[in-house]
Design a protein around this ligand. Structure first.
Ligand code: CUA
Length: 379
C-alpha cells in the first residue's frame, strides 16, 4: 500500500467511526444521565476518562519529544546519547503517582457502587424478571404479597421517586439496563439482585438486555416510562382493572376472544378472563410464561419492545400485529420447538381467525398514558 492510500483508508475509517457515533437515534446514552444513579456513574466516567486522557497526552508528548530530540542527525549519524541504567527517584516517583491516581479513582468508585443498589429511600418496589426474550414487571403496591399489576417490556414508574427493583431471571442470565437511569444489573436465575431506578422528570427511557442470552438477545429491548404523580395514579387505577368479555356474542371481538381462549390462553394471562396460564404444570415453557396481555394496548410496543404498537397519529399498526400473531417466529428469531418464544399459527389459524384475535386484542386496555412531548411511537 502506498502512503497516500494508507492515509486515505485511515481517514475514511475515522470518518465512519465519527459519523456512526452521532446518529439521531441516541436513546440509550449513559453520557446523558436523567436520574441520580446514572449521574453518579457519569461523574465516575468523566473522572476516569479525564485522568486517562491526561496521562495519555503526557506520555504521547514525551514520546514525541524524546524521539525528536534523540533522532539520528545527518551531521553526526553515529552519535549515541549518554546511556543510563535505572533511575530510582523517577521510578519510585512514577510508581507512587500511579498508585495515587488509582486511589483517587477507587474511593469515589466504591462509594458510588454502594449507592447504586442502596434502596433505603425507595418508596416502592417492582419485581423484574428476564425471560427469553422479553421483560416482565410485577407490582405489589399494597405489599400484601399478591401482584396488583403485571406488565411486560415497559416499566412505568412515578417520576422523581426512588423505586427498588428486585431483578431475577426465568431461564438464562440477562442484564437489565436503562442507560439514562442506572447502570447494568445481571438478572440471574435463582438469585434476586437489588437495584434501584429513579428518573428526575417524566419521560420515556429506552433500555436493552446487556448480557448475551441466545437467539434474540440483539432485539431484547425494554422501555421505562416515568409519569408525573397524577398520570401515575391514573395508570395504576387503569392497570388494576381486569379485562371484560366483549358484550355482543356475534362480533369479531367475541369470536377473537373464543379463539384466544383455545389458542393463546395456555401461555398468555388476561386478568378477569384467562388466568390459568401461569400454572407451570400445564405450561411447559422454558421461559416460564408469556407476557400478560390484560392491558396490551396501554403499551407502546410489544415482542420485547421490538415492534411499535401505534403509528405516529395514534392509529394501531394492525398489519404488523397480525403478522406477529400469525407467525411470530417469522418476525423475530424465536425457538418455539425449544420452548423459547411464541409458536407460529401459520397453517393452524386462518387469516380471518387472526383478524378476529387482533380485534379482541384491541379491546385489551386503554391507549398508553405518556408524558407530554413523548410521541406514541416512542421515537
Ligand atoms: Cu436477555 Cu440478552
Amino acid at each position: 500500500m502506498t502512503r497516500a492510500r494508507i492515509l486515505r483508508v485511515t481517514l475514511l475509517a475515522g470518518v465512519v467511526a465519527l459519523v456512526t457515533a452521532c446518529g439521531p437515534q441516541n436513546r440509550q446514552n449513559s453520557l446523558d444521565p436523567q436520574g441520580e444513579s446514572a449521574r453518579d456513574i457519569n461523574v465516575l466516567t468523566m473522572l476516569s476518562a479525564g485522568m486517562a486522557i491526561a496521562v495519555g497526552i503526557i506520555v504521547a508528548v514525551a514520546v514525541v519529544v524524546v524521539t525528536w530530540r534523540y533522532r539520528r542527525r545527518k551531521d553526526d549519524p553515529d552519535r549515541i546519547p549518554h546511556q543510563t541504567h535505572g533511575n530510582a527517584p523517577v521510578e519510585i516517583g512514577l510508581t507512587v503517582l500511579s498508585g495515587l491516581l488509582l486511589v483517587v479513582l477507587a474511593v469515589p468508585t466504591v462509594a458510588v457502587l454502594q449507592s447504586l443498589s442502596d434502596t433505603d429511600d425507595a418508596v416502592m418496589e417492582i419485581d423484574v424478571v428476564g425471560n427469553q426474550w422479553w421483560w416482565e414487571f410485577t407490582y405489589d403496591l399494597d405489599e400484601d404479597g399478591t401482584a396488583d399489576i403485571v406488565t411486560a417490556n415497559e416499566m412505568v414508574i412515578p417520576a422523581d421517586t426512588e423505586v427498588k427493583l428486585d431483578i431475577t431471571s426465568n431461564d438464562v442470565i440477562h442484564s437489565f439496563w436503562i442507560p439514562e437511569l442506572n447502570g447494568k444489573k445481571d438478572a440471574v436465575p435463582g438469585q434476586v439482585h437489588d437495584w434501584k431506578i429513579q428518573a428526575d422528570e417524566p419521560g420515556m427511557f429506552w433500555g436493552h438486555c446487556a448480557e448475551y442470552c441466545g437467539l434474540s438477545h440483539a432485539v431484547m429491548r425494554m422501555r421505562t416510562i416515568a409519569l408525573d404523580q397524577a398520570d401515575w395514579e391514573e395508570w395504576v387505577s387503569r392497570q388494576t382493572r381486569p379485562a371484560e368479555m366483549p358484550a355482543d356474542d356475534d362480533t369479531p371481538e367475541a369470536r377473537g376472544a373464543a379463539l384466544f381462549q383455545q389458542n393463546c390462553s395456555t401461555c398468555h394471562v388476561v386478568n378477569g378472563l384467562y388466568e390459568t396460564a401461569l400454572d407451570p404444570t400445564t405450561v411447559p415453557l422454558q421461559s416460564g410464561v408469556a407476557p400478560n396481555l390484560t392491558h396490551l394496548m396501554s403499551r407502546t410496543s410489544y415482542a420485547g419492545s421490538l415492534f411499535e404498537l401505534y403509528f405516529e397519529d395514534g392509529a394501531i399498526d394492525e398489519e404488523q400485529l397480525r403478522s406477529w400473531v400469525l407467525d411470530a417466529p417469522g418476525q423475530k428469531p424465536l425457538a418455539p420447538d425449544n420452548e423459547q418464544g411464541m409458536v407460529s399459527f401459520e397453517g393452524i389459524l386462518t387469516r380471518d381467525q387472526i383478524d378476529d384475535i387482533v380485534a379482541f386484542l384491541k379491546t385489551l386496555g386503554d391507549a398508553p398514558i405518556l408524558p407530554e412531548g413523548v410521541p406514541i411511537t416512542g421515537e
